[in-house]
Design a protein. Structure first.
Length: 562
């Protein structure tokens, strides 16, 4: 399976890869087949990226196959929008399932037949208990459950009732098909679990053909078996489900070897939430602009923010695969993003909060072209031309009227070097009626440019700038972490995670001035605004008439809440 990610090798084997290597060496399998099985009930987030990289990565490394299978057994929450977004995200990460796209709904007839086989074997029965009574009789971890009064129905009666369930004769919730296992099992999931429920809901693929739907635990393991999955890799919360996974596979007629479920620790990332239910809530309550809001941990949000697929894959490789849950510092992800963008981002100059500077010792029609480096990390990126004129913009924060001793940017009578240009000296400060600084009058040392007589003269500060005459007007959106605390949903009983939403997670700057090369910026390119951060053109809102840039990440250390 070829992909953009296929050339990223693993320096050492984690425990899952060791198992896979052992199964190949022993001859248990001669072809590895894994699967990524998302439910199409929301957009994928970076936690899913870890699973995608693992499943597709294990297959690639062993010349195997990875399936993309949609677990569409709960139509009340599913939508084709989610199917399309999931496919886009997996492709963007650099993986290709080729012809191996499947849906659990592809197997509804086969799953129904497997359920009939369990009934015939006396290992499943139709139960009339309501959902409330089902939960009440299930027991607790320290108390055995109670057997259903319908547990000893005959095979013939169960087959008849199950067929009538399929025919739509019964109301929603009035009956379930349950496995007959052990109501005293220490594992609650083995206490006669439900296999099918009645749910008269339109399905996005099968329409109204089915008034009953298989439960996840029943459909998932059998879908794995139907597809010949060798290693079913899932997160640790499914560890307690593994005995049921194995029981179902062992009690229907399937070719050997059976799929093996192996659990690994899910990704828990600081300063965000990783629950699709909570992310959906943020979208529905308009705490964010949508699933692809650049503050969201969704893959589509990261992509829109300017994060690259390479940096996400590097992050997933760096955190590794373990058996123990933990909290990953978001700084690890931020490091991967910065490291990747530093190598690829074109250097440009953008002034986010402009302050005009008039250079009085240059003529009004002064114009010259200065050469600037596109990326010092990549000599092949070449250079570009910057126009330099009498009037320029600098950042407001690069000037201070009452500057402390260690302020090495521009101040009255002070000097600073303009990037790629001259040494600039502040001669006069112009204020409005309210006393706000609105303009700087300055002069330049005209011999201090590269190649000039005083080019080597040292000043302590260097600042960026943009020619006022040639500046491109733009809106710039500055994003910070979505939450103010590292674990916003840690105290689930006492506090609502939304109480920790960061009110400063988005700042919108409307009158930014960018160098003229950005008039033709590409949505596929990444840019470093020198001294400011890494940015990308907003892929959704930006137009030729309204240029909008998103800040992907700052240049230096992670932001910390106040």
């Amino acid at each position: 399976m070829a992909s953009e990610a296929s050339n990223e090798s693993n320096d050492s084997l984690d425990f899952i890869r060791e198992i896979v290597q052992g199964d190949l060496a022993s001859g248990k399998h001669n072809h590895i087949i894994t699967r990524f099985p998302p439910e199409p009930n929301g957009y994928l987030h970076i936690g899913h990226a870890k699973s995608i990289c693992l499943n597709f990565g294990v297959a690639q490394e062993n010349q195997g196959t990875c399936h993309l299978r949609f677990d569409d057994t709960n139509p009340t929450r599913e939508d084709t929008e989610y199917v399309d977004s999931i496919k886009e995200d997996v492709r963007w990460l650099g993986f290709d399932w080729k012809e191996n796209q499947f849906f659990a709904s592809d197997y509804f007839e086969k799953l129904y037949a497997f359920a009939q086989d369990l009934i015939r074997a006396g290992k499943a029965f139709v139960c009339d208990l309501s959902a409330e009574d089902f939960m009440r009789t299930r027991g607790t971890p320290t108390r055995a459950g109670e057997e259903s009064p319908n547990r000893d129905r005959s095979v013939e009666e169960n087959l008849d009732l199950f067929a009538r369930m399929r025919a739509g004769e019964f109301e929603d919730g009035s009956k379930t098909l349950r496995a007959k296992i052990d109501m005293a099992s220490p594992n609650i999931h083995m206490r006669d679990p439900a296999l099918y429920r009645i749910r008269r809901v339109h399905h996005h693929r099968t329409g109204d053909a089915w008034p009953i739907y298989p439960m996840y635990d029943f459909a998932h393991c059998l879908s794995d078996a139907i597809e010949g999955i060798t290693h079913s890799l899932c997160t640790l919360e499914f560890e307690v489900h593994r005995p049921l996974y194995d029981w179902i596979l062992e009690n229907v007629n399937l070719p050997r070897p059976l799929p093996r479920q192996i659990e690994f620790a899910r990704l828990n990332l600081g300063y965000t939430v990783m629950s699709k239910r909570k992310l959906l809530q943020l979208v529905q309550e308009k705490n964010v602009s949508g699933w692809d809001d650049p503050r969201m941990p969704t893959i589509s949000g990261l992509r829109r923010r300017g994060v690259t697929a390479e940096s996400v894959r590097h992050f997933c490789k760096r955190i590794g695969i373990t058996k123990y849950d933990g909290l990953t510092d978001i700084a690890v992800l931020e490091h991967s993003i910065r490291d990747d963008l530093n190598k690829r981002a074109l250097r440009v100059m953008g002034v986010l909060k402009p302050l005009k500077v008039v250079i009085e010792n240059l003529p009004e029609d002064h114009y010259e072209e200065l050469e600037a480096i596109n990326n010092p990390e990549n000599p092949g990126a070449g250079t570009r031309i910057l126009p330099f004129t009498r009037e320029i913009y600098i950042e407001q924060e690069d000037f201070m009227e009452d500057a402390p001793k260690k302020f090495f940017r521009l101040k009255p009578e002070g000097e600073v070097r303009l990037r790629y240009a001259y040494i600039l000296k502040c001669e006069k400060v112009v204020k409005d009626e309210a006393g706000n600084v609105v303009e700087i009058r300055a002069t330049v040392d005209q011999d201090s440019k590269s190649g000039g007589a005083t080019a080597g003269r040292k000043v302590k500060g260097t600042i960026h700038w943009v020619s006022a005459q040639h500046a491109v007007n733009a809106e710039v959106r500055l994003y910070e972490r979505l939450f103010t605390v590292e674990e916003p949903d840690a105290d689930k009983d006492k506090k609502d995670y939304k109480e920790f939403l960061n009110p400063e997670s988005l700042s919108v700057l409307k009158d930014c001035k960018l160098e003229p090369s950005l008039k033709n910026a590409s949505k596929d390119e990444r840019y470093q605004f020198e001294r400011v951060g890494y940015f990308c053109l907003d892929s959704k809102d930006s137009t030729p008439d309204q240029i909008i840039f998103n800040r992907t990440i700052s240049l230096k250390a992670p932001w910390k809440p106040k």
